[in-house]
Design a protein around this ligand. Structure first.
Ligand SMILES: [Zn+2]
Length: 365
């Protein structure tokens, strides 16, 4: 018999609903249905929609489109159109309830512009989240160095692309005092940089995704784009350091749920898009890996889903969340398989079909 355990509502601070832009790939309502099945009480949507979420109008549209038991907090762009050229107007977006600011999917390469952005956001008391992956170092890379990359001659992404970006961001955090959140961290050295910054007392947080905690590029056996994401899967050492940091309370969880049509994920690593869906398996997969395999105390595991994510939310989003008093219930002590066919997401780019986990959430109502 499974035992039901209750926690404060879990928050996923990193989801992509393709709304506005690609309603056949994910709408706000299908994304929120998958979030509810995944046991979440709230999610933060990324601004790389079409058009990008760089205005009050788009944010208000996203809020209006949301209904049901899971709260939706939009994040807003750092730069207009996420083009990395001109900063957004932070104040009206903050007043309209932006959870935080990010150009997720793109790295803001211009150091001076990033510094100005973080000065502005610090004044508002909000957080800047960064997709810390320097595209000038990624070039045409699609995977980290690993046996599969070598046998298939796949172009390689150096860990340096993430490490240098995190170093740059932390140095600007030190100057501006702005809260900094490193999204989907994937390298051992990146984790050490974040730990050092936290020990220094800087306001730095970071998130680990289920896929970076479960998989390692060393273990890939086929050119299957359901294992292609940005940042790419790390190697076994990276995964070890990520799990260790989660256990020590240094990283929160987030899914980076990224739906794509089948046509964009069927052509191997070189041609396919980055990202996978993951809202429905996130709670069970992280429970199975971190609590059952790694021996993390269940309360601490849960905190990486509810307490740590609070640090990156704006005061407006937090106040609304606290008013809702959401809870997350998890059934432990019984393993079962994930059936991708039954997914409430509109997309199927997901490597977890038929994988068996314990710790399935009770859908949010
Ligand atoms: Zn990203």
């Amino acid at each position: 018999m499974a035992e039901k355990v209750s926690f404060p509502g879990f928050i996923d601070v990193h989801v992509h609903f393709r709304d506005p832009g690609m309603p056949d790939v994910e709408t706000t309502s299908s994304g929120l249905a998958a979030s509810a099945r995944g046991g979440f009480a709230a999610v933060v949507t990324m601004p790389n929609t079409t058009p990008a979420c760089d205005s009050r109008e788009i944010m208000e549209y996203q809020r209006r489109s949301s209904s049901g038991p899971v709260l939706l907090f939009p994040s807003a762009c750092l730069t207009k159109g996420r083009r990395g050229e001109e900063l957004v107007e932070f104040e009206p977006l903050a007043e309209a309830g932006a959870a935080f600011f990010t150009d997720d999917g793109s790295y803001l390469k211009d150091d001076k512009l990033m510094e100005r952005a973080m000065f502005n956001v610090a004044r508002l008391g909000l957080c800047v989240a960064d997709h810390a992956l320097d595209h000038t170092l990624v070039r045409n890379g699609v995977i980290r160095d690993c046996p599969l990359a070598r046998t298939k001659f796949l172009p390689i992404i150096s860990a340096k692309a993430e490490i240098d970006a995190i170093k740059r961001d932390i140095s600007i955090c030190r100057v501006t005092g702005c809260k900094l959140h490193i999204q989907h961290i994937s390298t051992a050295e990146g984790v050490w940089l974040v730990r050092d910054a936290q020990r220094e007392g800087l306001p730095v947080t970071a998130e680990a995704t289920p896929h970076h905690l479960l998989f390692a590029c060393d273990e890939l056996t086929s050119d299957d784009a359901n294992y292609k994401m940005a940042p790419p899967l790390g190697n076994c050492e990276d995964r070890y350091e990520l799990r260790k940091a989660v256990k020590e309370g240094a990283l929160m969880f987030a899914t980076d749920h990224a739906p794509h049509p089948a046509s964009k994920k069927c052509n191997g690593f070189v041609e396919s898009a980055n990202g996978i869906t993951g809202l429905e398996i996130a709670v069970a997969s992280t429970y199975s890996v971190m609590v059952l395999d790694e021996g993390m105390p269940i309360e601490n595991w849960a905190k990486a889903w509810w307490e740590l994510p609070r640090q990156v939310l704006s005061p407006i989003a937090l106040a609304e969340f606290d008013k809702s008093r959401g809870t997350t219930e998890v059934l432990i002590g019984q393993r079962s398989k994930y059936n991708l066919d039954s997914s409430l997401s509109l997309s199927r780019n997901c490597p977890y079909d038929s994988m068996e986990f314990d710790g399935w959430p009770v859908p949010t109502v």
